[in-house]
Ligand binder design. Sequence first.
Ligand SMILES: [Zn+2]
Length: 342
Amino acid sequence: MDLELRQILDVQLVQSNEVKSSYWMEMEGLTRCLKRVEEEGIVISDLVTDRHPQIKAYMKKERSDINHWFDMWHMAKGVFKKLEAIGKKKKYKQVGDWSRSVSNHLYWCAASSEGDGELVSEKWLSILNHITNVHEGHGKRFPKCLHGDLEDRDWIKKGSLAFQEMEKVVNGRLLVQDIKKLSPAEQTSALEAYHNVVCHFAPKALHFFYGAMKARIYIAALHFNENSSRDQAVNKNGQLIYSVSYPKGRNGAGIPKEVKVKQTYNYAMVLMQEVIKVRLEFGSYSESRKSREAAMVNCPAPIASSYQHVPKSELVERHICRFNKKCKFTYNELVIMNIQTK
Ligand SMILES: [Zn+2]
């Protein structure tokens, strides 16, 4: 996705049997996307991904020409989940109470530092002072908090058990190292919106074969690209419209959300025109279909085809046999129990 234009540039579908293990799927998807986008003559200067270890290593080794950043939403969510889990224990309750503020602090660190890694990490670590009601003396680049006077809150005592747990997460070696590469660009909302569109066109609860799945994610991209930059809707008096939601994760805190103007589906018209064009070109629907099937020649074999196939009759026989054994066993046990109780 081009984050500035909020447009999907390329979509790649990777089936797990195309790579050596499902662990490598993200990596395969990324390299294919980079190749495809670069073939179109687009120069990639910056790339934002999650902190997948293979991708981190690949970008460092093979693509040092691209600035690699980490997505702040993934990182903030990871920090929040860790702190929330620790806060479930009674003695660390304060850690849980501070979890939302600390993860929000991570967004702020990235968004206010223009990609200056050292500044981001100094700002980030200042939270360990802030939670103990110390707001100065953080470091050279970020000596003191920027907020004004604060009302009293449940500050954590420095050195307490809760503080030590908080420190383990905030000051984690890998986290502090990666935080320097937090993306300064706002990307969360666009990516989340795109994932929602994909889930709409290709619901996870349903199974689609490769060709159908590919078509569905392409349509999701077309739909997203047409609708990703809609204006906010206004009412009769010209006032901007908002809705309020109460997400479960926010423990009852309401969040206002901009209501956008209605979605459009112009891409559907273009696709239908394309269908007519192909039909006219090939003379009949069956010939058109054959041409599409020929285009799908490179699609990978279904995952189930890699398993050893046993005739259905044999499977059913084995099933019945196993079922009978199970019944016998239960019956024997019942008999033994009766003997014992007598
Ligand atoms: Zn402070």
